[in-house]
Design a protein around this ligand. Structure first.
Ligand code: NAP
Length: 466
């Protein structure tokens, strides 16, 4: 019986419910001439991945993208199973036995390390931990951030660095109108951070942040932005690259930074200092962070044409009590699934999972999003990326390359889940959590008050679904 018909629907498991997973589900469920069932699994009781746990609370417009995912979830052949961990409650073979195709959409679940002395001192954090904490990710709610020092240093020039800088420099009364985690708001209200220094290892023309995020810093009510004029002087290689490549973002970033460097600070309560061409070499302190030693860099052209930093002899110490390394996320391996340690991704070709980097495709297995291409791009990037992988699913289906699962029955899956993970959360359970959070937020004019622990989330799901 051909796959993708009413009698034998194409059964697809998606592991991970962030943007990439939802775009993949949307693309899979779109063709009118194919019968497709999508079951999505997530280890959290809540969907949306980094849209819920990564996007900064003061960016509600970006979070509104979840409305697109809600439409996908409303499809009659879509199911969500949350609070269910791949590798613990269900493993690779369980899925392979039940689905024609598995799509891995697990993102990049940890952070990169700098590999410098002092990196593990108290007060030195991964920006990703801070982000997950202020966004109420249940795994991070117990972290204790001591924000009593006056200067924090943020390492890295990406959009996460911009988010963390804004969160540290915002007026807590403004944040109180958002869905920031209550535990974070409490700590941010007591914070004494007066200056955030952001360190870029390359120059302004190579910064990874995008124009709107850089502009936002200059619009903050509570913080002056400072950039030294010297830091906006482009070296000949950067000037040449900015002219030659014709990319708008770096050119505009440089313009914005020049504008900042011409501004006089107006004495706002906090300061954001953007510095370029400096790398951390050591975090200093006896029992906790007391300072960071940095080295001045110069740029040189690599064989592949890119401009890379090279340290000079010139070093400097910046006293500070907090360091946030914001130098990128990194993917983690999944049990029973190939992993490319070098790149931190599932080895794949256009989304088809390969047995090893450069190896043969594994029939019926696909990757989307950050675990496919690495932690780059904005939310919308995942739409096209997921389309590429889903096109391959259909191509493999039409070419007869998909394996025939032994137990493709959805009811049997639900029986198994009730046995293995009786506390799993369905989409109705998530809708109950969502209603509960929105109701809690409403009297305070907030979009929602997030439930921060597994217990609270599961209780809301249980009680309201009945
Ligand atoms: P990112 O954009 O890759 O930026 C990482 C930054 O860290 C780069 O400036 C990089 O410099 C620097 N870096 C890497 N290793 C370093 C080291 N050892 N020492 C010093 N600096 C180092 O990563 P991200 O900020 O984590 O963001 C991840 C993705 O999410 C990005 O695509 C981002 O645009 C997206 N995002 C978007 C938004 C938004 O749209 N508002 C918000 C958050 C995140 P080099 O360039 O020199 O390597």
């Amino acid at each position: 019986m051909s796959i993708g018909t009413q009698d034998n629907p194409l059964r697809v498991a998606i592991v991970g419910s962030g943007p990439a997973g939802f775009y993949a589900a949307g693309h899979l469920l779109k063709p009118k001439d194919r019968a497709v069932q999508v079951d999505m699994f997530d280890r959290l009781p809540t969907p949306w991945g980094l849209v819920r746990a990564g996007v900064a609370p003061d960016h509600p417009n970006i979070k509104a993208v979840s409305r697109v995912y809600e439409k996908t979830a409303a499809h009659p052949e879509f199911r969500f199973y949350g609070n269910l961990e791949f590798g613990r409650d269900l493993d690779h073979d369980d899925l392979a036995r039940r689905y024609h195709a598995i799509v891995y959409a697990v993102g990049a679940q940890t952070d990169k390390q700098m590999g410098i002395p002092g990196e593990d001192l108290p007060g030195s954090w991964a920006a990703t931990e801070f982000v997950a904490w202020y966004n109420a990710h249940p795994d991070y709610r117990h972290l204790e951030f001591d924000l009593s020092s006056e200067r924090a240093v943020v390492i890295g020039n990406g959009n996460v660095a911009m988010d963390v800088t804004r969160m540290l420099s915002s007026d807590p009364d403004e944040l109180a109108k958002t869905d920031v985690a209550d535990h974070a708001l409490e700590v941010l209200r007591e914070a004494r951070v007066k200056e955030v220094v952001v360190l870029g290892r390359r120059g302004p023309a190579q910064a990874a942040f995008t124009n709107p995020e850089l502009l936002e810093l200059g619009e903050m009510t509570d913080a002056d932005v400072l950039v030294a004029a010297d830091d906006c002087e482009l070296d000949p290689l950067s000037a040449e690259s900015i002219e030659g490549e014709g990319r708008i973002t770096p050119r505009k970033n440089v313009e914005i930074l020049r504008d900042y460097s011409a501004r006089e600070p107006v004495g706002k309560e906090r300061r954001i200092v953007l510095r370029f061409l400096v790398s951390p070499v050591e975090i200093i302190g006896d029992e906790k962070v007391e300072a960071i030693r940095i080295v001045r860099n110069e740029l040189h052209r690599e064989g592949d044409g890119s401009l890379r930093p090279r340290p000079t002899e010139q070093t400097e110490e910046i006293p500070c009590g907090l360091v946030f390394r914001s130098i990128g996320y990194r993917g983690l391996p999944l049990p029973g699934v190939p992993f490319d340690e070098n790149r931190g991704v599932i080895p794949n070709e256009g989304g088809r999972v390969l047995a090893s980097a450069g190896g043969e495709p594994i029939p019926g297995e696909y990757a989307v999003g950050w675990i496919k291409r690495g932690p780059t791009g904005i939310i919308g990037t995942n739409k096209k990326d997921a389309q590429e992988s889903v096109d391959l699913v259909f191509e493999d289906l039409d070419a007869g390359r998909l394996p025939e699962p032994e137990d493709p029955d959805r009811d049997l899956l639900e029986e198994l889940l009730s046995e293995r993970a009786p506390e799993h959360v369905t989409y109705a359970g998530w809708e109950a959590i969502d209603r509960c959070e929105r109701e809690k937020g409403e009297p305070h004019g907030r979009p929602r008050v997030k439930l921060c622990s597994f217990e609270e989330l599961l209780e809301a799901a249980r009680e309201r679904v009945g």
